[in-house]
Design a protein around this ligand. Structure first.
Ligand code: PMV
Length: 324
């Protein structure tokens, strides 16, 4: 029976994905644009065997329920494609907090798509891997690639055009990640986006106004314009949260430290530093800045009450096969 090991890195959306247009294929209602980060990694080993059930071990603990079901759903697609019915043992380890808004599902499903398909003897191209990873988690489609990545919403019903691709740029940046409390339980992004779409009066305007943000960000990346990119990034974050906050009941991902972090980033900017914030389905603050400013931004964020640690991330590489 065959095995493979893959590593993929997390990514942070600068222009957010929030909402699906079709749930069973996990087709996004909007595109997105992200930066893959060095240092926030998932390493996943997949071993196809003749056990009766799939097993999923995350950071040493055997998972059941929804986490196992989501992994099995991706394995089902690989089984169908490879034409076999074997079960798999999936062992995954993150070097950062899981399910707390540091995008462990992005790196996790990207690593799973690569390791599971290779272990099954399939040689999928990057676009196919991106579409496979998307079935586990929308943001995972982007972690197949390194650096700046754009994810297309796609228009087809079969989802073959809802895939990510890398962007060319000379822009060098750092993402400073301020961890605002570890192990905090938030509404899972899948549930949060569904609830927003179903109950928020602002959801439609989020969807309608999204393409122009995405286009502006894409051009800013290609032209190496950090100021335009940072401005649209902060706007996309606040607009996504505005739609989620307006759901019934409202979804509030921020802690006090999150909001203090936002104010700090704006104060640094007021003093002339090119730095902008973003934040996802959890409390952590991520600040985008130039490499030469990263240490100062990091030190300032580490002094915010409630920030437990700060990581300075360089742009990271795409998913890699380590063994198999
Ligand atoms: O890919 P999911 O289902 O974990 O959703 C990602 C949602 C956000 O992180 C908030 C935004 C994004 O585009 O990554």
């Amino acid at each position: 029976m065959s095995r493979a090991v893959a590593v993929a890195r997390s990514n942070i959306a600068l222009v957010k994905y929030w909402g699906t247009r079709e749930a069973s294929l996990n087709l996004p209602a909007v595109g997105s644009l992200s930066l893959t980060l060095d240092g926030l990694e998932t390493r996943t080993e997949v071993r196809w065997d003749d056990e009766a059930h799939d097993r999923f071990i995350l950071n040493g603990a055997a998972m059941t329920g929804t986490p196992l079901a989501r992994v099995s759903a991706v394995l089902d697609l690989v089984r169908a494609r490879a034409g076999h019915a074997c079960r798999a043992r999936v062992e995954s380890a993150n070097n950062f907090p899981s399910a707390a808004g540091l995008a462990s599902s992005a790196s996790g499903f990207a690593a799973l798509a690569l390791a599971a398909s290779r272990a099954a003897g399939l040689r999928l191209g990057e676009l196919e891997l991106s579409a496979l990873a998307r079935r586990g988690s929308g943001s995972a489609a982007r972690s197949i690639y390194g650096g700046f990545v754009v994810m297309d919403r796609g228009v087809r019903n079969d989802g073959v055009d809802a895939v990510a691709r890398p962007l060319e740029t000379n822009l060098d940046v750092r993402m400073v990640v301020a961890v605002c409390g570890e192990g905090i339980k938030s509404t899972l992004s899948t549930d949060g986006m569904r609830h927003t779409a179903e109950t928020s009066a602002y959801y439609q305007s989020w969807v309608t106004s999204h393409p122009q943000d995405l286009e502006m960000a894409r051009q800013a990346v290609e032209q190496g314009d950090l100021q335009v990119l940072g401005t649209v990034m902060e706007h996309s974050c606040l607009k996504m949260h505005a739609a989620a906050l307006a759901a019934r009941p409202g979804i509030l991902y921020w802690s006090g430290a999150t909001v203090d972090g936002f104010h700090l980033v704006r104060a640094l900017r007021g003093n002339g530093t090119d730095v902008w914030f973003t934040n996802d389905a959890g409390p952590h603050v991520k600040a985008l800045c130039r490499p030469e400013d990263a240490e100062r931004v990091s030190q300032a964020l580490s002094r915010v009450a409630g920030v437990t640690r700060v990581l300075v991330c360089r742009p990271g590489m795409g998913a890699e096969l380590i063994e198999g």
